[in-house]
Design a protein around this ligand. Structure first.
Ligand SMILES: [Zn+2]
Length: 288
């Protein structure tokens, strides 16, 4: 009886397992292959609990146990969650992955001057096929100022992926999509300087670096499972620490340095400017 109740619990919501060994305890998922976790011992250092995401076919949305009823069609991150503070790890099943488009990386995940780039940019030609990374369901398909035409898919493995700057979207909200299915055609809509795909992977609304999961040279995941931990969100603290000074009439590097208590050398390095360069009115100067 207890065993039955436990199994039911596991198949209904996500299971938080205190694991010392990685026996595949959770195999009730319907659409996913059983977790065949091949995690090395050294990956488990400091991790005493691992969360396995399972899919309950009766749930209204994918990864329901993580996201609950939150199913916004407008906000990429409506969750108000802080995975940077999570304890333990989440095992993300990467089997069945399809790379959206195999092409040259033109911009990586991370700081781009003062702005943080939350995805990977991949070169493409307008009209190229952009494919869905995993099985899932379309949460957003709309036009945004920055993203242009973009699609966000919630996957059964707990991730959400974003495909931005599309010339045409080929899916609609609430569509069930399979890994490899077309989500749209590549383009340059929104804030974009040329045709490319802006590709994001997020967990609970917070972006992670897709290059940690997938080898972009081959378009294949490094492993069948990825162990996501708080450390993958360390950058959030760095982003939150950043402060800017907006250049006003009469400002100079010297005066900004005085007013912010930051050295001129730091201002130059952080903003890729030279001591002799001129400042523009309204220019944002990072000082922390
Ligand atoms: Zn981008």
């Amino acid at each position: 009886m207890i065993k039955h109740t436990l199994r039911k619990y596991l198949s209904t919501i996500l299971s938080l397992l205190i694991c010392t060994s990685f026996s595949p305890l959770v195999q009730d998922s319907v659409d996913l292959q059983p977790y065949n976790l091949r995690l090395e011992d050294d990956e488990l250092d400091g991790t005493d609990s691992t969360l396995y995401v399972t899919h309950d076919s009766g749930a209204p949305y994918p990864a329901y146990a993580i996201y609950g009823d939150s199913w916004s069609h407008t906000d990429v991150n409506p969750y108000n969650a802080s995975p940077a503070n999570m304890s333990g790890a989440v095992a993300i099943n990467l089997t069945g992955y399809t790379h959206p488009i195999l092409n040259v990386i033109t911009s990586r995940f991370g700081f781009r001057r003062w702005k943080f780039h939350y995805g990977i940019d991949l070169r493409l030609s307008v009209g190229d096929s952009v494919r869905c990374a995993f099985d899932g369901r379309v949460r957003i398909a709309r036009r945004g100022k920055a993203y242009g035409n973009y699609v966000v898919v919630r996957h059964y493995n707990g991730l959400e992926t974003t495909y931005a700057h599309l010339s045409k979207m080929l899916v609609q909200v609430n569509d069930e999509v399979r890994s490899g299915e077309l989500v749209g055609w590549g383009g340059s809509t929104g804030r974009s300087t040329g045709p490319h795909l802006h590709y994001e992977m997020r967990y609970l609304g917070q972006a992670i670096d897709p290059m940690l999961l997938v080898d972009f040279a081959t378009g294949k995941p490094y492993k069948d499972a990825f162990l996501l931990t708080a450390s993958h969100f360390d950058y959030v603290r760095e982003v939150e620490k950043i402060r800017y000074w907006t250049v006003r009439s009469g400002d100079s590097l010297w005066s900004i340095s005085r007013r912010t208590g930051t050295s001129i050398d730091y201002l130059c390095a952080a903003n890729h400017i030279s001591r002799k360069g001129t400042l523009r009115l309204g220019q944002r100067i990072r000082y922390r």
